[in-house]
Design a protein around this ligand. Structure first.
Ligand SMILES: *[C@@H]1O[C@H](CO)[C@@H](O)[C@H](O)[C@H]1NC(C)=O
Ligand SMILES: *[C@@H]1O[C@H](CO)[C@@H](O)[C@H](O)[C@H]1NC(C)=O
Ligand SMILES: *[C@@H]1O[C@H](CO)[C@@H](O)[C@H](O)[C@H]1NC(C)=O
Ligand SMILES: *[C@@H]1O[C@H](CO)[C@@H](O)[C@H](O)[C@H]1NC(C)=O
Ligand SMILES: *[C@@H]1O[C@H](CO)[C@@H](O)[C@H](O)[C@H]1NC(C)=O
Length: 561
């Protein structure tokens, strides 16, 4: 299933980086969730550092409002300007996935979002129903230990039975999901219901209309919201846009159009940066690409063992491929480490490469992991419930895979998203699945990067057609979603949109502030040096630069499943 461990790990990866950062905060922040009473009002209590938490009661089934309820974990960084004329209400965020934790995103990145957008707003997010700290929470396993031991990497070409293996594992996860599907509870964890939950959060906040910034899968959630409630929109930024029709068809076939382009940028930028800055340098981008192919073949035959202070394992073919793929998500954060890791790996040292996806060892004795949010099950439940039923045989999946591979070599990794649903329990699926159309009360701002490995800008262009007046802003960068790269230009458009409602002209392309390897070699915070190399940022933008850098360090958009 998506439940090959690769996806578990990657979905966690989106959030795992946050785990380490949150380590000190988490016990403190986490305690409070058990003590919060669930209410139809937002009863805020202090939590984490300078944040507020609440549990909002919503119907599990909106067609049965008097029936069972769910408790949505909501978090906010309150605006210090609340009560003044400058207060501009809440902005809701969704980190993507599906299955990403909004609570974690704000616990770590809330202050940076506030810095970026202005103190006029409350910065608000929530764990979507089924996910993280919201109740009920989807889990296919009875214990964390069972989940951990089921996991293993599956990348198609890692073994000769790769595809069949991923399919076979999906049969197991499907059976486990069915076993945990009393009263068809899984059917309630769909995106339409989460969109309705968002409206409840907005209303409980005393507002009529939504202000929202969604990343990746968060654009499916946003487009679903806009189609259901077009008259309830004040601001909607949809960033890293998923083709929602493709998503609801469980096809996952439109994501990889630009993925190879992202990797090509690694080769190009490494070459441009030169041997002093890029340790994997060769005298041409083609030569760097060939060197990576040779290394990949060598690792396929001879995996490299790694022991670090916090874990141990192998850099084998699957790990190498997944680590490169993960790096494409956030090139500014990962390409320098990737270049070092690959260079070390050639010399037989796998440590740096291994650390790209390193997680602390699982420890049975620690009871409920803190925070207990890092599991893929919720995201799998949402994407499989949302999407059309999949009952492909292995042979059918083979031709599906060939289709993905025509777009990108990363099809061998991506194919798990659809296969993961191939034994999902039968469902009625009466929820909204399109069409994605609406005359929204305020125009949507779509954002796409020119080399996004998972949400090509074609998705933004297509989705925008259903929403008159909406505008696509392009950011000329690699990486997944705009915050993967530093662009004061993009940040200013987003800020102006939230502050004043103004949209960029159609066709605007925002450049990045600094090339990838150069930023690393200068240090993100070295103001004077940046000036010296002619990256001319006015002093008053320094806050924005810092906020973007902080977001990139602290928050990664999870894989969109
Ligand atoms: C939700 O409630 C309606 C009305 O009672 C019912 O017909 C439907 O089956 C329920 N949905 C689920 C998934 O239980
Ligand atoms: C994986 O195998 C398929 C066919 O078996 C091949 O077309 C593809 O190029 C391989 N991918 C990689 C990255 O080696
Ligand atoms: C491998 O590289 C890491 C990171 O640079 C270094 O700390 C470690 O000592 C190296 N291991 C060996 C065996 O050289
Ligand atoms: C939006 O408004 C236009 C012009 O009034 C109308 O033709 C179109 O059908 C409307 N679209 C939707 C989805 O309501
Ligand atoms: C919002 O509009 C006001 C008035 O036109 C302008 O002074 C301000 O700079 C704008 N804010 C942003 C963030 O663009």
């Amino acid at each position: 299933m998506v439940n090959n461990k690769a996806f578990i790990t990657l979905v966690s990866l989106g959030a795992t980086f946050v785990v380490n950062v949150l380590a000190q905060q988490s016990s403190q922040g986490n305690d409070i969730w058990d003590k919060l009473e669930t209410s139809t009002e937002l009863r805020w209590r202090d939590c984490y550092t300078q944040l507020q938490c609440a549990r909002l009661q919503v119907p599990l089934n909106y067609s049965d409002p008097e029936g069972d309820t769910a408790s949505i974990a909501v978090i906010r960084l309150p605006s210090p300007l609340a009560g003044t004329d400058d207060y501009k209400g809440p902005i809701l965020f969704n980190p993507g996935g599906p299955g990403g934790s909004g609570v974690q995103m704000i616990a770590d990145g809330g202050a940076a979002f506030s810095e970026l957008l202005g103190a006029n707003f409350d910065i608000v997010s929530f764990d979507p129903r089924g996910v993280g700290l919201s109740i009920p929470r989807v889990s296919f396993f009875d214990t964390e230990a069972q989940r951990q031991f089921f996991g293993s990497f599956d990348v198609v070409n890692a073994t000769s039975d790769g595809l069949a293996r991923i399919w076979a594992r999906a049969q197991i996860t499907g059976a486990l999901a069915a076993r945990h599907n009393q009263h068809n509870i899984l059917e309630h964890f769909n995106t339409e219901n989460t969109a309705r939950d968002m409206l409840k959060i907005v209303e409980a906040h005393g507002q009529r209309n939504i202000q929202y910034w969604g990343f990746s899968y968060g654009t499916v959630l946003g487009a679903t919201f806009a189609s259901l409630f077009p008259g309830r929109i004040d601001r909607l930024v949809l960033d890293g846009v998923v083709d929602a029709e493709d998503y609801y068809a469980t096809l996952w076939s439109k994501n990889l159009l630009d993925a190879d382009k992202t990797l090509q940028i690694f080769f190009d930028d490494c070459f441009e940066a030169g041997p002093d800055v890029c340790p994997f340098y060769e005298p041409s981008p083609q030569a760097i690409s060939r060197k990576l192919d040779d290394l990949t073949r060598a690792i396929f035959l001879r995996p490299v063992p790694v022991v670090t202070d916090i874990s141990y394992g192998l850099v084998d073919y699957a790990r190498l491929r997944m680590s490169i793929f993960q790096s494409l998500w956030s090139p500014y954060a990962f390409f320098p480490q990737l270049a070092q890791g690959l260079a070390d790996l050639i010399n037989g040292n796998g440590t740096t490469l291994y650390q790209i996806m390193e997680q602390p060892l699982f420890d049975c004795s620690c009871g409920t992991p803190t925070p207990p949010t890092i599991i893929a099950d919720g995201g799998i439940a949402i994407s499989c419930t949302d999407g059309e039923e999949v009952r492909d045989t292995v042979d059918e999946l083979e031709s599906y895979l060939q289709g993905l591979l025509r777009d990108s070599q990363w099809g061998e990794v991506w194919t798990g998203a659809r296969i993961g649903c191939s034994a999902w329990p039968k469902q009625e699926k009466r929820h909204f699945r399109g069409p994605f159309l609406g005359n929204t009360s305020h125009p949507i701002l779509w954002i796409g990067n020119t080399a996004d490995p998972a949400t090509p800008i074609a998705g933004a262009r297509k989705m925008a057609q259903g929403f008159p007046g909406s505008v696509v802003l392009a950011q000329d960068s690699p990486g997944h979603c705009s915050i993967a790269a530093p662009s004061v230009c993009t940040a200013k458009f987003i800020r102006a949109y939230f502050m004043n409602g103004t949209l960029p002209n159609e066709g605007v392309v925002c450049p990045v502030d600094v090339p990838i390897f150069l930023e690393q070699s200068l240090g993100t915070r070295d103001h004077t040096m940046r000036r010296a190399v002619g990256v001319n940022l006015g002093g008053k933008d320094e806050d924005i630069v810092q906020a973007i850098a902080h977001l990139r360090e602290s928050f990664r958009v999870p894989l969109p499943f």
